[in-house]
Ligand binder design. Structure first.
Ligand code: BG6
Length: 366
């Protein structure tokens, strides 16, 4: 059932092109001009009057929510707050009828997320669930459900569920943006066109997996790894860091690239691997100067950028490239090398990749 792959996690990483395609299927208008979300039965008037969106989730799904915030705010111009479900439910969130609450949960059974959903509904907000499991508790209790079609995810560390959750975030953001008139038809078409090509671009990245295996051989024994990035790259850095911690037990920290010097730059010493994400064109120069900051402390930098950013090769020790795409969509591609890096590092260290210690796939207790 592992289809010839050594672990479920590796199999699921490789299933992403198919999962991305399936999650888009039937949700785009024939001429690529619009997103069709039959599942979201909120009328357009209501979507136009929304004043706030809350996204709440746990773990990797929370990281998908961080990308969702950025994308919804940028495209649909609605303020979005993202909260960890176990925090949201106890902090008396300021919710009214002009608030939409989006809960994200691969399993649809996470106790904290389910409790957050119930709290949101109690406060009178409509709840939209993004989940991968049909008829799960969260799917049943939400007002609206947008399914991700990742297929069953067996490995505890979430991979294809995360990238399909990102697709769900793009679909929601594009739909809201269309209804609220915050982006032009041309802009929408351009993003949708790129969205449809994510599967083949993901395929290209997977085809270069051996480069990451080589890196894991060099750095697999590291004690600490830092991940830095700005904007959407920061959200992906958090997910890359979590993946590494979850399955390889290496201590990892993700920092907004500009914040490192206000925090733990002192921990960057000779040879400490720093994975630096620089996929966002408008932030590239800023991230580049942060890379120089860590290089000045003799860190080893593994940079991740879109093809064409040759400048990085002069500064970083290694550069991994993703195929060019619209910067808002970059997280779907950027996370794949990080998933593979976490996987290969865990393999080098002889860890039980699919069943990491102390973690469960679905946590149905508080
Ligand atoms: C954790 C899992 O306990 O639950 C994570 O180990 C997962 O991988 C998190 O991201 C949230 O799960 P779900 O099913 O609500 O997305």
């Amino acid at each position: 059932e592992k289809n010839g792959f050594a672990h479920f996690m590796l199999k699921e990483i490789h299933e992403q092109p198919r999962a991305l395609r399936d999650t888009l299927k039937g949700r785009l208008a024939g001429d690529d001009s619009a997103v069709v979300l039959k599942e979201l039965e909120i009328d357009d008037q209501k979507l136009r009057s929304l004043r706030k969106i809350f996204i709440t989730a746990c773990g990797t799904a929370y990281h998908a929510g961080l990308v969702g915030k950025y994308v919804i705010e940028q495209l649909a111009r609605v303020p979005v707050e993202v909260d960890i479900a176990s925090e949201f439910r106890y902090r008396q969130p300021l919710i009214d009828e002009d608030t939409l609450v989006i809960v994200i949960s691969q399993s649809g059974e996470t106790a904290d997320t389910l409790a957050a959903l119930r709290e949101a509904r109690r406060l009178g907000a409509p709840v939209l669930a993004v989940t991968n499991v049909v008829d799960s508790s969260i799917a049943r209790e939400a007002d609206h459900v947008l399914y991700t079609w990742a297929g069953p995810e067996i490995a505890v560390a979430s991979t294809k569920a995360y990238t399909t959750q990102l697709v769900a975030m793009y679909l929601i953001a594009l739909h809201l943006a269309a209804v609220r008139g915050t982006i032009t038809l041309e802009e929408r078409r351009a993003i949708i066109k790129e969205l449809k090509q994510l599967d083949s671009r993901a395929e290209l990245i997977l085809g270069n997996g051996h480069l990451i295996k080589d890196l894991a051989r060099i750095y697999g024994r590291a004690e600490d790894v830092f991940f830095i990035g700005r904007g959407l790259d920061h959200a992906v850095a958090l997910e890359g860091s979590l993946k590494l911690k979850e399955i390889s037990y290496i201590h990892a920290e993700a920092y907004a690239a500009g914040e490192l010097k206000h925090g733990t730059l002192a921990l960057i010493e000779k040879g400490v691997p720093v994975v630096a994400l620089a996929t966002q064109k408008n932030l590239f120069e800023k991230t580049l100067s942060n890379i120089k900051e860590v290089k000045a402390r003799d860190a080893t930098v593994i940079a991740l950028a879109m093809e064409g950013q040759k400048e990085l090769e002069k500064v970083a020790d290694h550069v991994l490239y993703i195929p060019p795409t619209n910067p808002v969509l970059a997280p779907v591609l950027a996370v794949i090398p990080l998933q593979l890096l976490a996987y290969q590092m865990a393999v080098v260290r002889g860890c039980d990749v699919d069943q990491p210690r102390n973690l469960a796939k679905s946590v149905t207790v508080e």
